[in-house]
Every structure is written in structure tokens, then in C-alpha cells.
Design a protein around this ligand. Sequence first.
Ligand SMILES: NC(=O)c1ccc[n+]([C@@H]2O[C@H](COP(=O)([O-])OP(=O)(O)OC[C@H]3O[C@@H](n4cnc5c(N)ncnc54)[C@H](OP(=O)(O)O)[C@@H]3O)[C@@H](O)[C@H]2O)c1
Length: 334
Amino acid sequence: MSKQGLQHGLEGGMGTTDNLLRRLLWRNDHRKIIMSSNNIHHANSAPFFDIPEIDASISQNLSCLVICKREREIREGRMTSKIISGKRFEGKVVIVTASTQGIGFSIAERFGLEGASVVISSRKQKNVDEAVEKLKAKGIKVLGVVCHVSNAQQRKNLIETTVQKYGKIDIVVSNAAVNPSTDSILETQESVLDKLWEINVKAAILLLKDATPHMKKGSSVILISSIGGYHPHSSMAMYGVTKTALFGLTKVLAAEMAPHTRVNCIAPGFVPTHFADFITGNQTIRKTIEDQTLLQRLGSTDDMASAVAFLASDDASYITGETLVVAGGMPSRL
Ligand SMILES: NC(=O)c1ccc[n+]([C@@H]2O[C@H](COP(=O)([O-])OP(=O)(O)OC[C@H]3O[C@@H](n4cnc5c(N)ncnc54)[C@H](OP(=O)(O)O)[C@@H]3O)[C@@H](O)[C@H]2O)c1
């Protein structure tokens, strides 16, 4: 391994060097690793790179430091998308709906950092423009299109603009959802029931109707549901039911779109975003939720992006029709 390559890995641009570091790690004795912020500091400092030929033992120790640092960041919910493991989506075209902030933005960012051309969208032009600039600043190939998912013309435009620019669609992530009511289901107004169904379920189906003709062998769809889909909470009752519907939709679409397209779903736990702020912004509720997880923390948008990237990647090439719960061990199902 070259001095330059190792330094690249340590600084977070984790490509092939990272894979090599990982392999080295598994040959090491984990019990010997003593981790502190101090030795991380030294691992990143210049003296290590004064050695002309870095021998295997030094590489091993450095790799352990890098991996331990990553594990600590994940444990503390601080993992950022700069820590990625490769370019699995080079040459792929990915559409992510509702992707100008929160989970959708991190998903788009993750695909982009792994080499994909990403098409982001949301209702407001200003949000689209700002998100495009942020992604471009990270060197990501990105196209921004305004698309309110319940607007048929805007959905069609999203697909057509993508195909005009890139000629195909490899991955669609259906991420848009609303939660406009905290009423019990029997007290929810009909117009609100319609809106929940329209945006959270029907729009995903209609978008895929438009996208399917452009999706070829090896393509992939990911639906974003919620852990609330397993046990709809009384304060998010109808929202929870629409998320339950996505589990069924995943099964049916996986059968309908097989064998060329895999269809999977993630069920996120609680992630502090604008959408969830009415829950996670309350310190008492937040603590209660954290205590319900085995990992004692809320999820991060990057946690969700990692799971989506896995399901869309060749690493998941024999997985379809499944829902992956990404909720830190919060009870979901047996
Ligand atoms: N956060 C959580 O704890 C949590 C847990 C489980 C599941 N989820 C699911 O994760 C998904 C994303 O949620 P989030 O927490 O990342 O939300 P968020 O941070 O509030 O982001 C919402 C995004 O959706 C866009 N958007 C809103 N309505 C839209 C519409 N009708 N059409 C197109 N774009 C729309 C917004 O931009 P504009 O305002 O410009 O439209 C924004 O980019 C949702 O499906 C949600 O149900 C979230």
C-alpha cells in the first residue's frame, strides 16, 4: 500500500484503500486494540507517513484505529456520509423523491458519493436549488427537478427529464410522506385520510408506473416506510396505517416487477429531522424513545442512507420483497 493511498483512507476518502484496511483489520487481534481520541489524533498525523515503505504491522494498527473511529462515530450517531466504502453505483442513475433535506437528502448524497448520477426533487424550487448546490459542492453529479409527488404532471416531468438527460433509470427511492394529523383514525377528516393515502401510498405507485418502462434488468426500487407501520401509534394512527400498506406494496410490487427489478423497503426508527421534530424535539419524549432502542440513541439520516444503499446494491442482489427495519433494535416484529 502506498503512503498516499493509506493517507487517503485515513482522511475518510475510503475507496479501495479502505477495503484493504478492512481486510488487514480482520487479521489483527482485536483485543490488543486500545482506542482513545489521542491515538486517533496520532494516526492522522504526519510522522506515520515519514516511513518510506509502510510495513504490514503498522498498516494493521492504523487500520484498526480507522475502523474503531468509525465504530465510535456510528455508536454516537455522528457518522457522516464522507465515511463511505466504495463506488458501488458508478454509472447508475438514481431518482430519490422528497430529497432536498432529511433522510431523502442523505440517501441522494450517499448514492452520489458512491458514483451515481442522482436526480433529486421536492415541492419547492428554492429547496431544490439549494440542495443541488450542496451536492454539487461535494462533487456529486446531480439534477434537480421540482416534483410534488401527488402532482401527475410533475411526476411525469421528473421521469421524462431524467430519461432525457441520462437515458435510463436504475434505482428509484420513494421517500415522500406526510403526517398532517394527530387525530384518531375515526376522528380524522375524510380530506386528510385522502391526502395521507394519496401522498404516502398512491403517489409511490403512480411514480413507479411512469418509471417502470425505463427500468431495465438489475434495477431496484426502495420504499421508505416506518417502524410505525408495525405498531401504528395513536398520535400518528392513519400515517402508521399508510406505512403498513407499504409493507404489502413491497411484497406485491416485488412479484410484479421480478425478475428484472428488485423491490425492497426500509422501516426507519426515529430520526431527528424536520418531519419528526414534533416528537424528537421534546427532550422527555426523545429520552423515552432512546431508551426503547437497544443502541440507546435515535437514528441518523446517514443510518437510513446506508441501509438504502445496501438494498439497492449488488450486495443485496438476492433480496427482494423484504423490509429492513433500521431502528437501533427498537421492537418491531418477531
Ligand atoms: N424522521 C423520522 O423519524 C422518520 C421515521 C420513519 C419514517 N420516516 C419517513 O422518512 C421519509 C422522509 O422523512 P424525513 O424525516 O426525512 O422528512 P424531512 O426531513 O421533513 O424532509 C421532507 C422532504 O420531503 C419534501 N416533501 C415534503 N412533501 C413533499 C411532497 N408532497 N412531494 C415531494 N416532496 C415533498 C420536503 O421538501 P419540500 O418542502 O421542498 O417539498 C423535504 O425535502 C418519510 O417517508 C417519512 O415517513 C421518517
